[in-house]
Design a binder for this molecule. Sequence first.
Ligand SMILES: NC(=O)c1ccc[n+]([C@@H]2O[C@H](COP(=O)([O-])OP(=O)(O)OC[C@H]3O[C@@H](n4cnc5c(N)ncnc54)[C@H](O)[C@@H]3O)[C@@H](O)[C@H]2O)c1
Ligand SMILES: [Zn+2]
Length: 371
Amino acid sequence: MRTLEVQIAERPYRIHIEPDLLYRTAEMIRPLVAGTPRIALMSSKTVESHYRERVERSLRDAGFEVRFIPMPTGEEYKDLKTVSGLYDVLISQSFDRNCLILALGGGVVGDIAGFVAATLFRGVPFVQIPTTLLSQVDSSVGGKVGVNHLQGKNLIGAFYQPKTVLIDPRVLQTLELRERISGLGEVLKYGFIRDAAFLDTCLENTDDLLTLSDMDFVTGIIARSVRIKADIVALDEHEQGRRMLLNFGHTIGHAIENSAGYGVFRHGEAVIMGMCAALMLSTNLSGLEKTLAETYIRHLRRIPVNGDLTQLDIDAALEAITHDKKVRDGKLNMVLLERIGHPRIVEGIPEDTVRETLEWLKDLYTEGVLS
Ligand SMILES: NC(=O)c1ccc[n+]([C@@H]2O[C@H](COP(=O)([O-])OP(=O)(O)OC[C@H]3O[C@@H](n4cnc5c(N)ncnc54)[C@H](O)[C@@H]3O)[C@@H](O)[C@H]2O)c1
Ligand SMILES: [Zn+2]
């Protein structure tokens, strides 16, 4: 088993990663809680159908009382209405501040359940078992929990660290390929901002990663990703500086995601395209060597994202970017690379430069130009 410490100042905690760890849920939780608290196991439909039983059995066999609390599936339910419904269920079932909330699912389940845990009775103990690649390498690490508002994603939330995070890479076997690709986008991002050798390993073995042909390899990739994110978060728990680096590929990625409309691209797919744009911009604005950038762009372009950018509305994408909080006085700040593994925040990027890059990206992701 791989165990990583997250060095958050007030309360460090551990993340455990191992195939079939789900069967050992109780054993991992036991030392972190006083006695045997009642456990509210929250999960969504698909995940529940695959994994509820093994988690529940582990907990019940160890003497825990478990109540299963169903959650809706999908980003459109990540809101205060769902949170409110969950408060109702927990309070009506007499859960008290000594209970434990266990989130079993992807980022949506983790973000909602974590927000409930952070706020119910001013905070109850929380454990995450993330089941998508994206949630294993990204959303379960760092303590950001929350829900969407009609005006925008993740506008309501808290920083709330779990007691532990249990990652079982085996569960990725039931995850759709498209969701694995989305998670891969974030994995590659860690390589770009922190570890060139890791990036190359991932790019050389993308097929193995996506087909999960070697669980040890997948486990190692997840562990390295979590380590990189956890280290950045530990330096900047409340997102005032260093954590910005995690936005590599995200400015243009978000713009593509938002302007395409809900559900067209998965988040990580948009990040893959956004990283192509960021690499191109890096050659002009932060001194990244051009041939190197082109090599990585070719690698990224080969990853089969669903759909293309033929329909990309460049004005709408630019509008999405200028509404982004990173814009100051019509100029944009972005995370770009000086070298692979060495990011820097570049300030004051003119809108015209971004427009040209979007035009270039649209061509790159228009069918037929794959090389
Ligand atoms: N808190 C953070 O720091 C942070 C960081 C990144 C993303 N997020 C949030 O995470 C969310 C996206 O998370 P996601 O990509 O995990 O999507 P998701 O939670 O919507 O899950 C994607 C789909 O996969 C299914 N699924 C999950 N695990 C499965 C499994 N093992 N087998 C089969 N199907 C499975 C789910 O039912 C769902 O249909 C967004 O809401 C985003 O805002 C949060
Ligand atoms: Zn992301």
